[in-house]
Design a protein. Structure first.
Length: 382
């Protein structure tokens, strides 16, 4: 069954149920309370518990906990499918969105259609498939997109200014022009290099290793972060360092234990788990590694992708598709894709570095900022 139709049926049924529930909520709650208290009372009697005057307050307290549980379930359901509640842990969208601000998000519309260009979207990143990213949608399926010498996006040959942002020609895109994949397109990988994550280390072990190599990694090696605690102006964080630091020299200073001043931030790495990675792995080498280890953790570092046997394009980092491409298959795509970039254009890990976002990864769009109080605002025009 078509996903849009499935979502239509789901939201129609659940919305009708929620409307009916809120209309007759008092009656439902009264019936629930009577039945709940009776069951609790019978349970306590059966097990010979609280047989004295304390019985009534105990019954009421247990019923209140049950009622609170149902409220929490209802709130979580509404947040997942209707109005999401989000916080932003990184600086990749500054100054539009500041670290720690809280938002309500529209979780319904993206289930039926792609958000419009310049919407701020929340999505599951495609590399580890674990984190939620917040970026601005800048490129739509089928469009040709590049970054010119003055930092403007060029879409289908026409320069376009988005919120006065100036993007750097960094990452995999560089000065290339990418055609954003759409449903039904065929994509093929012609050539690429990869990074493999190996040798797990603590921060102390990593610093000892770096010290033995004059502060850097050995030839053909790099460092990848599994998890980490770091401080930004004294505030401890666990996610989003790549939003503050994108150049290798600054990162190596941090990994060697230095405190670094960067763009007005005092940054220091406190602890973490790291991998020393093996870099510049060819397609043939990565295929051998994957055959012996199906759960191999790897990243694409350079790549030459072709769309419909004619158009240059960027990577699709979803592991199921990327694995097929590495094995030489030409993949027909079942989804539309978009390009997402951060407003903090020099400090954002985004589509320039890891490629496109599948439409079904989009969880919602930022709708309303409710915290801090002095920055309350709608986000539809940001």
């Amino acid at each position: 069954m078509n996903k849009t139709l499935m979502y239509g049926i789901f939201y129609t049924i659940t919305t009708v149920i929620l409307i009916i529930y809120f209309i007759i909520e008092k009656k439902i709650e009264k019936t629930r309370k009577e039945r709940s208290m009776k069951k609790i009372d019978n349970f306590l009697t059966k097990h010979d518990l609280f047989m004295g005057t304390e019985r009534e307050p105990i019954v009421k307290s247990l019923d209140f906990m049950i009622s609170l549980g149902w409220v929490i379930i209802l709130v979580l359901f509404i947040q997942k499918f209707y109005i999401g509640n989000f916080t932003v842990p990184t600086a990749s969208m500054e100054p539009t969105v500041i670290v720690g601000e809280r938002f309500f998000g529209n979780m319904v519309t993206p289930k039926f259609k792609l958000p419009k260009r310049e919407s701020i979207i929340i999505f599951r990143e495609p590399i580890e498939n674990k984190l939620r990213y917040t970026k601005r949608l800048v490129g739509l399926p089928g469009e040709k997109i590049s970054i010119n010498d003055i930092g403007q996006l060029v879409i289908n040959g026409v320069p376009k200014t988005i919120k006065d942002n100036h993007y750097t020609q960094e990452g995999l895109i560089g000065t290339d022009t990418w055609t954003i994949p759409k449903k039904g397109d065929k994509i093929k990988l012609l050539d690429a290099t990869f990074q493999i994550l190996k040798n797990e280390m603590s921060l102390e072990q990593l610093q000892s290793y770096l010290k033995s190599n004059n502060g850097f990694t050995g030839d053909g090696e790099g460092i990848s972060i599994q998890k980490m605690k770091f401080s930004i102006n004294g505030k401890v964080q666990t996610k989003g360092l790549d939003s503050y630091v994108t150049d290798n020299n600054t990162m190596f200073k941090l990994l060697n234990g230095q405190t670094v001043s960067n763009d007005g931030y005092e940054i220091k790495i406190l602890s973490g788990t790291f991998y020393v990675s093996k870099n510049n792995i060819t397609i043939d080498e990565i295929k051998k590694e994957m055959s012996s280890n199906p759960k191999l953790d790897f990243r694409i570092t350079t790549g030459h992708f072709l769309l419909n046997a004619k158009d240059a394009t960027g990577p699709i980092s979803d592991k199921d598709i990327l694995t097929k491409l590495i094995n030489g298959q030409e993949v027909t795509l079942d989804n539309n894709y978009i390009m997402a970039l951060g407003d903090n254009t020099t400090n954002s890990s985004d589509s320039r570095y890891w490629g496109f976002v599948k439409d079904e990864r989009i969880l919602g769009t930022l709708l309303f900022r409710y915290w801090p109080l002095n920055r309350i605002s709608t986000m539809t025009d940001k």
